[in-house]
Design a binder for this molecule. Structure first.
Ligand code: DX5
Ligand code: ZN
Length: 219
């Protein structure tokens, strides 16, 4: 895929004005909605779950890209499919039987993604890369928005890209954490396909314009 995508993370939205912020994304140049589900166990924070995603999906007109930061994600795969999630991403570090989990996600008709913590090498996905629709590289430690970008991410993108090409895979590369207008272009030049951005978009004076500027930067 050549077209580079922006996925605003609703974690940084105003939860008391969620419909307003969803409409902003609907009417913007953004491509996907990024939804961060945290369980207080895999990560030291709790965000939102099914009832909120159900409400979001009623209003969102773009792809729902759901990032599960939870232990034992297999328990809830069917629930997320029923809510209309398009891409379901689980953490490598949270799955004992990753291959089985990937197959279970795909069996529902959703696209399957795997996320890697900053300390996890891309090499761990070598045996499943052809099964994956997406790999999410965490460029901060998962759990919170607004953290600073980890520079080692560029090296990991290059390693992953090389693996994807060597295996003739169709896997998309998504970067999540600390994305802003200074690193966006460098990330897509390194091989990233989708950039998640939370606080950089929602904390700006004009989020719609910020999305549009980011899209122009990576076009
Ligand atoms: C962090 C989440 C991210 C987060 C990114 O654990 O996975 O999606 O919302 O937020 P920013 O863009 O503020 O780093
Ligand atoms: Zn995320």
């Amino acid at each position: 895929m050549n077209k580079k995508l922006i996925a605003p993370s609703l974690l940084a939205a105003d939860f008391a004005n969620l419909q307003r912020d969803i409409e902003m994304v609907n009417n913007s140049e953004a491509d996907w909605f990024h939804l961060d589900v945290m369980d207080g166990e895999f990560v030291p924070n709790i965000s939102f779950g099914m009832p909120v995603i159900k409400a979001i999906s009623k209003h969102a007109t773009k792809m729902l890209d759901t990032h599960l930061m939870i232990v034992n994600p297999d328990r809830y795969i069917q629930d997320f499919a029923d809510l209309g999630v398009d891409y379901l991403t689980v953490h490598f570090e949270a799955c004992t039987h990753l291959h089985r989990t990937i197959q279970a996600i795909k069996a529902t008709g959703m696209k399957a993604g795997v996320a890697l913590n900053p300390h996890t090498s891309a090499r761990v996905l070598e045996e499943v890369i052809n099964e994956l629709d997406l790999v999410l590289i965490m460029s901060v430690n998962p759990g919170f928005g607004g953290q600073s970008f980890i520079e080692n991410t560029y090296k990991k993108i290059a390693q992953l890209k090389e693996m994807i090409l060597a295996n003739n895979a169709n896997t998309l590369i998504e970067i999540d954490g600390g994305v802003n207008d200074e690193n966006a272009k460098k990330l897509t030049d390194a091989g990233a396909d989708i950039l998640v951005a939370g606080s950089f978009i929602f904390n700006s004076d004009n989020p719609n314009q910020t999305i549009s500027d980011l899209k122009n930067k990576i076009a």
